[in-house]
Design a protein around this ligand. Structure first.
Ligand code: HEC
Length: 241
């Protein structure tokens, strides 16, 4: 009788754990499986504060896109390959290589400032730009917080130069360039982006439509404003404007 009671308790406890785990997955898709276009929060994407302060570097807005696009492609530091045991797909996993407040002592920073063949990302991939390295450095020195803000974005602006190219460069090109053709897709030039716009995959992937791989992979979904800019640019003819 007593054993049966213990068994029932155990089953109920297991069920509660499983149910909570599922709920956790829904709230925090970044902890989920591959190809889900996770939020990059690891423990959840924090709510966005209303306006981005120009003095602050925000993890969700600036750092996760740099790391997702340059470090988490398949074969590198994604949650399947984790090259050298390193998985950089979520905030929680990234801060393992960070000493908050001290970029110079942070493994993440030391790797990205290396030069030559030992640098990260390794050749033939492009090194991070000086501006990207400076952002990572500043973010670590500001405490490496899991922070998020609402950036300035105006749906009235939807030219390639002012809207589309910056989104691609900041959040997509690291995984979609001639040296690293994720899904065989190049997003590094206007002509290449236009091909993906015309076949419907660009909008389908960023809007997370059924039947498309949600993009950007391993990072937060684009904002509604950015998705609208892409939609308007495509509708207006995907011009090189
Ligand atoms: C971490 C690497 C990575 C990043 C960042 C990334 N992609 Fe992808 N993308 C891939 C891979 C890999 C595939 C192949 C399909 C898959 O594995 O999900 C892909 C597939 C696609 C596809 C084809 C989707 C389909 O259903 O056929 C499009 C379009 C695309 N990406 C656009 C983007 C855009 C736009 C961004 C930026 C907003 C972006 N990607 C960011 C890696 C990435």
């Amino acid at each position: 009788m007593k054993n049966k009671f213990i068994y029932v308790v155990a089953v109920v406890a297991a069920a509660v754990i499983v149910l909570n785990a599922c709920r956790h997955e829904i709230l925090n898709p970044s902890n989920g499986g591959s190809g889900s276009g996770g939020t990059g929060g690891g423990g959840g994407t924090p709510p966005a504060v209303s306006n981005c302060s120009p003095d602050t570097v925000y993890f969700v807005n600036s750092i996760m896109p740099i790391i997702a696009s340059n470090c988490t492609m398949s074969g590198c530091h994604d949650n399947i390959t984790h090259a050298d045991g390193v998985d950089l797909t979520t905030y929680t996993k990234i801060v393992r290589y960070v000493v908050p407040g001290n970029a110079a002592n942070s493994k993440l920073y030391k790797e990205i400032i290396k030069t030559g063949s030992g640098r990260m990302p390794p050749p033939p991939m492009a090194p991070l730009t000086a501006a990207q390295i400076a952002l990572v450095q500043k973010w670590i020195n500001q405490g490496a917080k899991n922070n998020n803000c609402v950036g300035s974005c105006d749906t009235a602006t939807f030219t390639y130069t002012a809207a589309i190219k910056p989104i691609m460069t900041g959040k997509c090109v690291g995984c979609h360039n001639p040296n690293n053709l994720g899904g065989n897709i190049d997003l590094s030039t206007h002509a290449a982006v236009k091909v993906t716009a015309l076949n419907g995959k660009l909008y389908g992937s960023v809007a997370h439509l059924t039947g498309y791989s949600p993009m950007p992979k391993n990072s937060a979904k684009l904002s509604d404003c950015e998705i609208r800019q892409i939609q308007k640019w495509i509708t207006a003819g995907s011009q090189n404007n």
